[in-house]
Design a protein around this ligand. Structure first.
Ligand SMILES: *[C@@H]1O[C@H](CO)[C@@H](O)[C@H](O)[C@H]1NC(C)=O
Ligand SMILES: *[C@@H]1O[C@H](CO)[C@@H](O)[C@H](O)[C@H]1NC(C)=O
Length: 397
């Protein structure tokens, strides 16, 4: 511990005394030297004792940034050979989805190394390459944006990227992930159960005439909860809940940003959030089997050497909380944690959790049901207007 303190002081002195260097800023700015716990996607670390472990964990996440020099999005007549200036929210969406795929196929403890050639890892990464044929490429996401009223090159907000990813995951049969986007600040448990439980078809064993149904199977769930936590800045009432959400083992972080730029928040420490920043423009290229120097080098451009952080109060109030539940058990445990840690202790929780959409209404009382239904429609209408959140994110030069 003492060593760490001395090191920080030395670093500070170097900054003051001499020229700014990249190495020094990496050391001083990614993770603060504090005894407060550092949380990275549901994992708790000690910054004083585990700095290297924290950095290795962060470096293992797939980091997607602006790229240039790819095949034009939307055909040869298009000029979109780079997403610089408009693609940052799309890249954040890629990061969340990639993290879910890594958790599903490689496990939460999996770590990337520069020499990693694991074929499952390469298969995941290939889905995000900058080409039309890749299931989750910038091309696919930008073109699918049209179904949400976004032309190629237009900004997405957290809700738009959530809706687009939901449509795209259907095409990845290998992962068979399903995305649930919770609307109106409400998580309806039975809606999610219905979406995730798929009948497993018939089993081979036939008992008399009635075929036995296989136990229903669970589609791995990526749960996205778009929220607006204030008008122009985060309402302080939500800060504690936001921090708590990073502590759940199912956490896939938060898609959001600073005003006018999208960031992928992967954790928190004290009153600050830690993020991966897509605002670096790198050259596009492919990795294939990662055999030659060029491909090995390209792979390293998908891993960020050091994360950044900002105070929670500096976040844009439009966010989408992200969670991944590979099994039904994980989902149930997530609901329990949400109820106990995010909802019950808060005067004004981040969102509501209910079992069924209609439970608040009395089916016997037709009149009150009609009123409830009417107000539900109104409520939905109001919430939709929140989607102007997209306009808060503008083009970045
Ligand atoms: C930065 O770090 C690298 C490797 O750790 C080292 O070789 C290089 O000299 C450092 N640069 C500066 C300016 O300190
Ligand atoms: C890739 O990594 C996973 C998780 O560590 C492991 O189970 C799998 O066997 C590896 N695949 C190959 C081809 O090495």
């Amino acid at each position: 511990m003492f060593f760490a303190v001395v090191k920080v002081l030395t670093v500070r002195t170097v900054i003051m005394d001499s020229l700014f260097t990249q190495n020094v800023s990496d050391e001083a700015e990614d993770i603060p030297q504090t005894d407060e716990p550092v949380w990275i996607l549901g994992r708790k670390y000690n910054a004083l004792k585990e700095l290297d472990v924290i950095r290795r964990d962060i470096r293992s996440k797939l980091w997607f940034t602006y790229r240039k020099g790819f095949i034009p999005i939307g055909g040869c007549s298009s000029t979109f050979t780079s997403d610089k200036g408009w693609g940052c929210m799309l890249r954040c969406g890629q990061m969340v989805l990639a993290q879910a795929l890594i958790t599903l196929h490689l496990g939460k403890d999996w770590q990337w190394m520069p020499e990693t050639k694991n074929s499952t890892y390469l298969k995941i990464l290939s889905r995000f390459e900058d080409k039309r044929a890749a299931a989750f490429s910038i091309h696919q996401i930008a073109l699918m944006g049209a179904s949400e009223g976004k032309e190629v090159g237009q900004w997405f907000g957290p809700n738009t990227i959530a809706q687009v990813l939901k449509k795209l995951v259907v095409y990845d049969e290998w992962s068979s992930i399903t995305i649930h986007v919770a609307l109106d600040n409400t998580l309806i448990i039975n809606d999610i159960l219905r979406q995730c439980k798929v009948e497993g078809g018939m089993t081979a064993e036939i008992d008399g005439e009635t075929p036995l149904k296989a136990p229903s199977q669970w589609k791995p769930l990526l749960l996205l909860i778009p929220l607006r936590l204030g008008l122009s800045e985060i309402n302080p009432i939500y800060i504690n809940g936001l921090k708590t959400s990073f502590k759940f083992t199912q956490s896939m972080g938060v898609i959001g940003g600073k005003p006018n730029l999208a960031l992928y928040f992967i954790g928190c420490v004290g009153d600050e959030v830690i993020y991966l920043d897509p605002h670096t423009t790198q050259k596009s290229g492919s990795i294939e089997e990662k055999m030659n120097e060029e491909e090995i080098e390209m792979d390293t451009t998908y891993h960020c050497k050091s994360a950044s952080r900002i105070p929670i109060t500096g976040m844009d109030p439009s966010v989408a909380l992200c969670f991944f539940c590979a099994t039904e058990k994980e989902f149930k445990s997530l609901c329990k944690s949400m109820q106990e840690e995010l909802i019950l202790p808060e005067k004004q929780p981040l969102f509501e959790l209910c079992r069924e959409r209609l439970t608040q209404w009395s089916p016997a009382d037709v009149a009150s049901e009609a009123i409830a239904a009417a107000s539900f429609v109104d409520f939905e209408h109001v919430e939709r207007q929140y989607d102007t959140s997209d306009e808060d994110f503008e083009l970045l030069g």
